[in-house]
Design a protein around this ligand. Structure first.
Ligand code: FA5
Length: 363
């Protein structure tokens, strides 16, 4: 059958195939990059490509010749495709070879080591260890905020207003515009504020321990403006100073070793009565035979202060709504940095906060 326009479509296709011939081989070989090659391929096999246009005519070829012409077109297409794939591979290999030659493999380069693993900061470790110690003695862990009400940090702990005792812990005040003067906020100066929070919201018996950051206007090799404390207290009927001595002696021995000597020394905190400082035998200079070498850490005294403690002042219990006739309690507080510095022999507290990886990697 002839085309309606009188053209012999089969002849047109054959002429087209002849024109195309093997020309694509030269065209592909002349391409020196993949995009170039793909463009040359599209000019033949793309939507408007030379061979595609011939293929579109196939439907108009008389049925008796369609198969034969179709086979010719398909054979050409197969040759184009094979030639294209071959050249694509050649280009990829050439690119890889060029790359290898341009950046030769350097056997002396160090291997790719995995990123070094971090670990908990020594302060976090010591804090967790102390909290765990008290947990195993039956204490529950509680939490309190770092921005605190003056009443929880001072007033309810029996610090009288403007009493010099307030100067013991020089305070960072938090100024809130428009806040009433009787609702002042501060950065807590100790974790004893957690005593007030817990005692005001829970009825005895209470055995609570808490740890976290506290703030004071302090800055020297053993005092930092931000440091960490652990606070604990136990309130129940018939709690005595003997209970305090028993629990704290056991705790200190767990922390510093079973044979370390412990002593209780009278001391003053407004929120306890009586108050006691807990000292341990200097772990740096005490010799096994009981004698001592001269020591910078304990300044030759043979004792190191590790805890503040005392019986909870009845006024504090009453401020928190606890019947001081019926209940008594003891409380204690300690500095986490001090424990870490003693344990690891760290001479300057600031090393703990500079976060120099060369220092931290030693723990
Ligand atoms: C108190 O803060 C009391 N709240 C502790 C307490 C609790 C006593 C319950 C009785 C009952 P003190 O001010 O001594 O006490 O601080 C406790 C510890 O915190 C100190 O022994 C010391 O180890 C540590 N400490 C105090 N100031 C700093 C500071 N600026 N930097 C690092 N550690 C500090």
């Amino acid at each position: 059958m002839n085309d309606t326009l009188g053209t012999d479509v089969a002849a047109e296709i054959e002429a087209g195939l002849a024109t195309l011939g093997e020309r694509f081989r030269g065209a592909f070989a002349a391409c020196n990059s993949e995009p170039e090659l793909r463009a040359a391929n599209a000019a033949i096999l793309g939507k408007k490509g030379e061979l595609t246009s011939l293929l579109k005519l196939l439907g108009r070829v008389p049925p008796e010749r369609r198969r034969e012409i179709g086979e010719q077109v398909n054979a050409t297409r197969a040759r184009v495709e094979a030639c294209f794939s071959g050249r694509l591979l050649e280009l990829a290999e050439a690119a890889r070879k060029a790359d290898l030659e341009a950046t030769p493999f350097d056997l002396t380069l160090p291997g790719r080591t995995p990123a070094p693993r971090g670990h908990l900061h020594p302060i976090t470790r010591v804090k967790d260890e102390i909290l765990d110690n008290f947990r195993s003695l039956g204490f529950e862990v509680a939490w309190g905020p770092e921005v605190e009400h003056e009443s929880n940090n001072f007033t309810k702990l029996a610090f009288p207003p403007d009493h010099p005792a307030t100067d013991m812990q020089d305070t960072f005040w938090v100024h809130v515009a428009g806040a009433p003067p009787d609702a002042r906020l501060l950065l807590r100066t100790h974790t004893s504020s957690v005593q007030v929070r817990e005692m005001s919201t829970h009825a005895p018996p209470l055995a609570i321990v808490s740890g976290g950051a506290v703030y004071r206007r302090d800055d020297d090799p053993t005092h930092s403006p931000m440091f960490h404390q652990i606070e604990g207290f136990l309130v129940d009927e018939r709690v005595t100073f003997a209970s305090l001595k028993g629990v704290l002696s056991e705790f200190v021995r767990r922390l510093y070793g079973p044979n370390v000597p412990v002593r209780f020394r009278p001391s003053y905190f407004p929120f306890v009565e009586p108050g006691a400082e807990v000292d341990i035998g200097c772990v740096f200079c005490s010799l096994d035979d009981g004698t001592r070498t001269s020591c910078r850490v304990c300044k030759g005294s043979g004792w190191l202060e590790v805890l503040g403690s005392g019986m909870v002042h009845p006024a504090v219990l009453e401020h928190c709504g606890i019947d001081a006739e019926r209940y008594t309690g003891f409380a204690f507080g300690l500095g986490v940095e001090r424990v870490a510095m003693l344990r690891y022999g760290i001479p300057d507290i600031r090393l703990l906060f500079e976060n120099d990886p060369r220092f931290l990697a030693q723990f």
